[in-house]
Design a protein around this ligand. Sequence first.
Ligand code: ZN
Ligand code: ZN
Ligand code: FE
Length: 744
Amino acid sequence: MQGVGFRPFVYRLALELGLAGSVRNFNRGVRIFAQGQAGNVEQLIRRLRQDAPPLARIRELTAADAPPNEEQGFRIAITDAAGAPDVDAAPDIATCEACLAEMRDPANRRYRHPFINCTDCGPRYTIIRSLPYDRPNTSMRPFQVCPDCEREYNTPTDRRFHAQPVCCPECGPQLELLDANGVPTGTGDPISDAAEHLAGGKIVAVKGVGGFHLACDATSPGAVRRLRRSKYREEKALAVMARSVEAASRIAHINRAERALLESPERPIVLLRKKGKGILADEVDPRSKFHGLMLPYTPIHHLLVERVPYLVMTSGNKAEEPIARTNAEALDKLSGVADLFLMHNREILTRSDDSVVRHVAGDAVIMRRSRGYAPQPISVGENVDGILACGPMLKNCIAVGRGELAYVSQHIGDLTNLEAYRSLEQTAEKLCSMLAVEPSLAACDMHPSYASTRFAESLGLPVARVQHHHAHVASCMAENGLEGRVIGVAFDGTGYGEDGNTWGSEIFVADRAGYERLGHLSYMKMPGGDAAVKYPGRMALGALFPLMGSDVAVIVPWLDKTEAKAVVEMLERGVNVPLTAGMGRLFDAASALLNVCSRATYQGQPAIELEGAADPDASGTYPISLIEKHGQIEADGAAVLAAVCEQRDAGVPVATIAGRFHNTVAELLVKCAVEARERTGLRDVCLSGGCFQNALLLAKSVARLTEVDFVVHRHRLVPPNDGCIALGQMVVAASRNSDSGPQV
Ligand code: ZN
Ligand code: ZN
Ligand code: FE
C-alpha cells in the first residue's frame, strides 16, 4: 500500500542489517533487492512481516534468488512510473501521536501547524488525483516544498521521508476565516478566531478531509437548534466530536472495544449509549438512546477542540444533499446556515463522509463505510478483474474489481439526488483510472428504474443484473471467504424481487452464482406505497387489514380519524396498494402501533427508535406461524403485529413489548433456518440486510442461531445495509461468469 511508510521502513531495516540493494514500487507492489550475509537477508524477510509499519498490510510475500551485482549501500529507487500503477491507494488517516506532540511543542517549527502530517498519518485518498501516489499527483502539487521540508522528505531516517503531503507553516496550505458573505474576517489567526466564534454560539463551516462539516458548540441549545433548523434536519441525531476519550466517556458508556474503535486510525463516528444528561444540549439527539461520537482526526480539529470540548460536527449539506467539497460549493450551498467559513487552499479531490460504526456482540458493525476505510480493497477469493459494480439506489457506493480484490468506494448516498448521481459517475471514473482498470462488465440491481441500473446500462458494456437480496447474501459470503452453499438471510426494507413485488425478508439457499427462495414474510399491503414508509401507521393498517378487515381503522389510536378512514378505503378498493415482504416494514408497523414513531423524518427512523425503546432483557416471544406454500415457507407478520396490539391494549409496557418483538423476529429467523437445514443439511448462515444494523436483533439472532448449532457469519468489512450491495453484485457477476462456479 502506498503512503504508509513501507519503503522507508525497508530502507532502515536494510541499513540496520548491513545489506546493499534497493527498494522500489512496481506495478504489483514493492520489490526489494537485498544482498549481504545470508542470515541477514533471511532476517530482513522475516522482519518485513513482523515489524511492518502499523498501516501497512502485506498480502503476499515471495522471495527468490537473484544474481548479485555491484551495488553499494541501500537506496530507495524512485517510483517506477513506467509500470501500470498497481499498488493500493491508502485511505485517509487520523493525525498520529508523534505529529500531535510536535504540534503542541512551542519550540517545534510546526507548532500549531494546521496541516501537520507524516508517513504515518494525514490525508491520502481524498487528495490523490491519480496513482502512483507522488506529490505531483495530489492536490499538494501547487505547494512548493521549502528547503527544510525537502530535507525531511529526502532523509531516510526522518519520519517524513517520502511523506507526499509534507509541509510546514512556511510552505503549506493556508487557512482562512470568511464571514457569512464570503469576506475574510478576524485577527489573522483563523483557528483561534473560529474557536472563539464557536464558543460564542456561532455556526462555522469547517473544511475537513472529505468535505465540509457544519460545526457548533454541542452544549449550546440555541446554536444546535439553529443549526438543525437551517440545515433542514428534523429529528435525526447529530454527530459530536469530543475532545478526548475522557471527554467522550463523561457523556457515554464506552467499553474497551468501543474505545478501540474511537481511537482507531480510521476515526469513525461510534454509536455509544448515552450516560445521564446535562452536558450536551438535548437538541443534539433528542429521540436517541445513543450519541454518535468521534474524536478529532485532523490538526484543525485538534486545535478547535482545545477551546470547545464538544462540537457538533455534522456533514456540510442541507437535507440529504451530498456533503460540500469545494470552497465554492460550501459558500454557495451553506450560505444561510453557516455564520463563518474556516477553509483553506488545499483541494479535496474526492468527497468522503465520516464513517459510522457500532460495536455489537463482540464485533464492529459498519453502518457507513467511507472516510478512513475507503478505498481499502476486500479480498474476495475469485477473479473479479474488470467488473464495475454500480450498487443500489439508496446508500449507494460502487465497487471496482482488480485481480481478486474488490475496491469498494466511499459512501456516495441517495441517487434520487442529482448531485449524488454525478458523484457516482465521477467516482467510477476516478477509481477505474486510479487502479488502471478498463471495465469489461457492469453489474447492477435488477430494479429497472434505479439510477445505478441506468448508469450501468449507459456504459456500453455487458450488464449483469443481480437480485438485491442475493447481492446482500453474496457480499456476506465474500467477506467471510465462503465459497459453497449457505443459508442466506437478508432482512431489509426493500429490494426488487423476481416476481415484481418488493422483497426484504429473504431466507435463501444460495451460493455466489445463484439462489433459491426458501422463505419470507407473507406479503403485506402497503397503502399508498412510499407514503406507508413515511407514515408507518398506514403500514400497520395495511399489514393488519387482511386479519381485521375495516375494523383495522381503530387499531392505531393516535392516527388521525379521517386519515385512517381514507387508508381503509384505499385498502378496500385495492388501488395504489403495492405488496411488500420487507422486514423493515414489519418493524415500522410495530413502531407505529406502540406510538414509538409515527412519522419517519429519515430512512429507518421507526425501526431505529423501536430498538431504542426496547428492553434488551425482556423475555418471551409471540406465537410464530409458518405456512408452507408451493414449497416455500411464509411467516405471518400480521399475527405478530396482532399480538403486539393485544399486549399494548392489556397495558404491558412498551419496552417489554418492543423487546419481545425483537425476540420474535430472531426466533422466526431461527425457525426458518432450522427448516432450511432440515431440507439441505447446511449449517452456515449468512446474515445481511439493513435490519442487522439493529444491535438487539443482531445480538439475539447470533446468540440463538449459535445455541442451536449454526455457524453464523456477519458483516465486518462492509455494512449490512445497502452499502454492501456493490460488493455482492460484483461477486455474483463474477461467479456466474466462471464455468467452474457451483450452481444451486
Ligand atoms: Zn503523523
Ligand atoms: Zn516547509
Ligand atoms: Fe437492502
